[in-house]
Design a protein around this ligand. Structure first.
Ligand SMILES: Nc1ncnc2c1ncn2[C@@H]1O[C@H](COP(=O)(O)OP(=O)(O)OP(=O)(O)O)[C@@H](O)[C@H]1O
Length: 284
């Protein structure tokens, strides 16, 4: 069940149809804007006419049946895939032609449906890799190769521990990432993405494999992250308690197209959404 706090919804403002952003984010350009985005794989149109405008501190969700195109949208937004059609602007700048690393440096970080950590490295080292954007390659190499050296690098060491504190994971700093319980690995992936200093954080099924108590905690953590770092969060999730509890705007994808967009309340009562997805899913 969403907490009391989560029931306080922001006022949403219609910007350019069909987009909505929280009123508090008006006055600055959307941090992420995609227009008429689409991709075809051979004869299959995986995503078509996808539009989004996200406010700087907005938490939004993308839901839809398996194969609807959600992860493909993340792959488009991070330039893993080159769009067949459409444009992506990050803080007003086009990401067209940029590499995945360049897009990350411009301010989009993500996690993956299947966790991708450096299993053999420690928890802290995984976070330090995320700081790679903020340090020279030389320093990063030294930090990772020479434990004594990086112990002396108080700034990054402290920053890493502070990030780990978000999920109460400081005690795991020296543990091997691959030895962490599954839920902790998911959280570490979020922290590594955060360490890259994003303006937009994309989370692909962050609650997968978590129990209801962990999911409730994750919901609070996502809000804390947004409030502390003043960033936008876009998440893909099948766990409706998380989506409806934490998201301010929800977009519903079916066969690669957005069929509805609105507040969680609007989405839950939309007959098209119930027919395409929620009816089969069962809202928790
Ligand atoms: N690289 C690719 N080559 C060919 N087809 C692809 C590729 N990537 C995705 N697709 C197809 O695009 C469609 C959308 O897939 P996608 O993984 O984005 O769905 P999804 O909504 O994330 O699903 P799920 O909830 O199961 O993760 C599917 O039909 C998929 O097979």
């Amino acid at each position: 069940m969403p907490s009391e706090k989560s029931k306080k919804r922001p006022v949403l403002v219609q910007v350019e149809t069909p987009n909505l952003i929280p009123e508090r984010d008006l006055g600055t350009i959307p941090v992420l804007q995609a227009e008429h985005l689409g991709i075809d794989f051979g004869g299959l149109t995986a995503v078509d006419d996808f539009n989004i405008a996200m406010g700087h501190t907005e938490i939004s969700g993308l839901i839809g049946p398996n194969g609807a195109g959600k992860t493909t949208i993340f792959n488009l937004l991070t330039n893993v895939y080159k769009p067949t059609r459409g444009t992506i602007l990050l803080d007003g700048y086009s990401t067209a032609g940029k590499s995945v690393t360049e897009v990350n440096k411009m301010g989009i970080a993500r996690t993956f449906q299947n966790i991708r950590l450096f299993d053999q490295m420690t928890v802290e080292e995984n976070v330090l890799v995320g700081f790679g954007n903020a340090m020279s390659t030389h320093l990063l190499t030294d930090l990772l190769r020479l434990p004594k050296h990086w112990r002396q690098e108080a700034e990054f060491h402290e920053k890493a521990l502070e990030l780990l504190d978000i999920f109460d994971m400081r005690r795991y700093a020296d543990a091997r990432a691959g030895n962490l319980p599954y839920g902790a690995q998911r959280r570490l992936e979020i922290l590594r993405a955060l360490a890259t200093g994003p303006q937009v954080l994309l989370l692909d099924e962050p609650a997968a494999g978590m129990n209801p108590a962990e999911t409730e905690e994750l919901m609070e953590n996502i809000r804390q992250i947004r409030d502390r770092f003043k960033i936008a969060v876009l998440l893909i999730e099948h766990d409706m308690s998380l989506v409806m509890g934490v998201c301010e705007v929800v977009g519903v994808l079916d066969y690669g197209r957005i069929i509805a967009k609105g507040t969680p309340e609007q989405i839950q009562s939309d007959p098209k959404v119930i027919e395409a997805y929620l009816g089969k899913q069962g809202v928790k």
